[in-house]
Design a binder for this molecule. Structure first.
Ligand code: PLP
Length: 265
């Protein structure tokens, strides 16, 4: 329901003149908030499904709506969760190129790239992008749901899908890549964060004016801080945290912040 990817798709679709239909997990709330409010503003058509039905029937739901639009003479492009497939990979392949240019501009040689990983495509795109450009970079994904094994498999699947779909873009030989997942920071579950994550979000906003969200970037950033303290990234490399957005996901969780010690209290 608070998908940043769906919201971005709804807004870009509006701009490009495409109709966007979102298939969302969870019953419609009385009042749309955060990303869902923006989905409505962008004029997307929205279908809500109870969690159990969404989980059990997503392929059927896609097929149903694709047939529905086909019968009306339209052609529907079904975009999977998070656009994490061989086609969606192009987004963070471009992101990797942009980061490489930033590193060059800042005279950064070797680095760690750190991101949140939720459906795998961001990590897969950055991992493949770094390999294709032969960058001296390790890409680390902090998973915000599922576990390490799931993401190792998903990143490999997405990259294999990219190779299948775009054979003329695959260099020969295909460069080796390494998927690195840091598990252990999912906390209470997908979309739910501990008080420490909310404290980290508030602290970063106060210290740097940077805003993270509790579902993705806040969890990953909090995890990265713990791992830095534990010595995971010891050495002389720079650490680049890839801020993937998601600010609107903060608003529906406004109640989790503790301002009792602030001057506003
Ligand atoms: C703000 C934000 N950061 C990171 C991610 C993780 O990206 P991916 O789904 O490609 O793993 C997502 C989406 O899942 C997101 O919305």
């Amino acid at each position: 329901m608070q998908s940043n990817h769906c919201r971005a798709t709804a807004l870009v679709g509006a701009r490009l003149g495409f109709k966007v239909h979102l298939i969302l997990r969870g019953e419609a709330p009385a009042e749309p908030d955060g990303n869902l409010l923006l989905d409505h503003l962008a004029g997307a058509r929205i279908s809500h499904y109870p969690k159990h039905q969404y989980v059990a029937e997503l392929p059927e739901l896609f097929a149903h709506w694709r047939d529905h639009y086909h019968a009306q003479g339209h052609k529907a492009l079904c975009i999977p969760t998070g656009a994490s497939d061989g086609l969606g990979l192009w987004g963070y392949l471009a992101g990797a190129q942009e980061l490489a240019a930033d590193m060059q501009a800042e005279s950064i040689g070797a680095a760690h790239w750190v991101c949140a990983t939720g459906s795998g495509g961001t990590q897969a795109g950055l991992t493949l992008g770094a390999a294709l450009a032969d960058l001296p970079v390790d890409v680390w994904g902090f998973n915000v749901c599922d576990d390490e094994a799931w993401f190792m498999n998903k990143v490999a699947e997405d990259i294999a899908d990219w190779q299948r779909r775009f054979p003329d873009r695959v260099p020969q030989p295909m460069p080796a890549y390494r998927t690195r997942v840091i598990d252990g920071y999912v906390g209470p579950g997908y979309g739910r964060a501990t008080a420490e994550v909310f404290e980290t979000i508030a602290e970063l906003a106060r210290l740097e004016g940077l805003v993270l969200d509790p579902v993705y970037t806040g969890k990953a950033f909090h995890g990265m801080l713990q791992e830095i303290r534990a010595g995971r990234f010891a050495g002389r490399r720079d650490i680049i945290f890839v801020h993937t957005g998601g600010i609107f996901g903060l608003f529906p969780q406004r109640g989790e912040f503790d301002f009792s010690h602030s001057d506003l209290a």
